[in-house]
Design a protein around this ligand. Sequence first.
Ligand code: AHG
Ligand code: MN
Ligand code: MN
Ligand code: MN
Length: 323
Amino acid sequence: MQTLAQTLTSQAVKDSLAQLLLSLADTSKAISSAVRHGALAGVLGATEQENVQGETQKKLDVITNDMLKDALKAEGNVRGLASEEEDYVVEVSPQGEYLVCFDPLDGSSNIDINSLVGTIFSVLPAPEGELNEQSFLQAGRQQVAAGYVLYGPSTMMALTTGQGTQFYTLDPESGEFLLTNDNVQITPDTAEFAINMSNQRFWEAPMQTYIADLLLGKIGPREQSFNMRWIAAMVGDVHRVLCRGGIFTYPTDNKNPAKPFKLRLMYEANPMAFLVEQAGGKASTGYETIMDIQPSEIHQRVAVILGSRNEVDMCLSYHGEDY
Ligand code: AHG
Ligand code: MN
Ligand code: MN
Ligand code: MN
């Protein structure tokens, strides 16, 4: 089996980018070890701090953020970084060619129940000149690489450099990420959906109708039964969609009118959209293709509808002509 390094070489990925991705992979091995030790390492539970998102940080949110920050600072090819757990963008190496946006620990509410968590990352080219928030505000289409690492029963990485989506599995013996699926393809059709149903009454009308039609099963307009899954960690839900198809959505809701969307564009929606598109799927807000959005701020949130191509199109058809 090919290692991650060998695959990046065979893809003719530029050395500086390959080095950066290998450094992210190495850090994720250390994160995987911290996650696996759990209570034994004293890493579970919450801190007393809040992040810029208004969430109480878990200890592991802070630990994993620091691990990634330290690794990217030592790396040399990174001009700047942005993280869910950092209020502002961070300047790294003046000569660096890349910007890295990351969610160090996705699904952090799962940590204390020993359930799925992961790390999500997006790599953008660094523009010339001074580094500031504006440098990062590039559409997802500009990403040169994106991926996630899932700390599940096995530790897996999904990665794209724009040449399809690949899965790697961490071999605990050799400590190498080995290529276990060289061309991930999302089935275009599906009978499985993922949404937090507890928000149903807060969704917009198109989403209400779309999900209601799925729930009607064989007696509804879809004339088939649909199954539902919700892991409460986007990494886990998107991984399932990449493995066996499905539609995943965190739609607009009016539970808190000041915060109509949950997921963050730069380090959740964009990297997942890149992986999904490279695997033949689709990713939209309902009205706009995720990767075509011109970002306006680093912690911007968006509605997300992604997964099996035909099912995403079906959902979009409920949203009217201008999607
Ligand atoms: P994070 O743990 O990085 O803050 O992200 C959590 C996100 C996402 O992973 C997941 O899909 C969603 O929150 C779950 O939301 P609910 O708690 O509303 O189910
Ligand atoms: Mn969070
Ligand atoms: Mn997240
Ligand atoms: Mn997170």
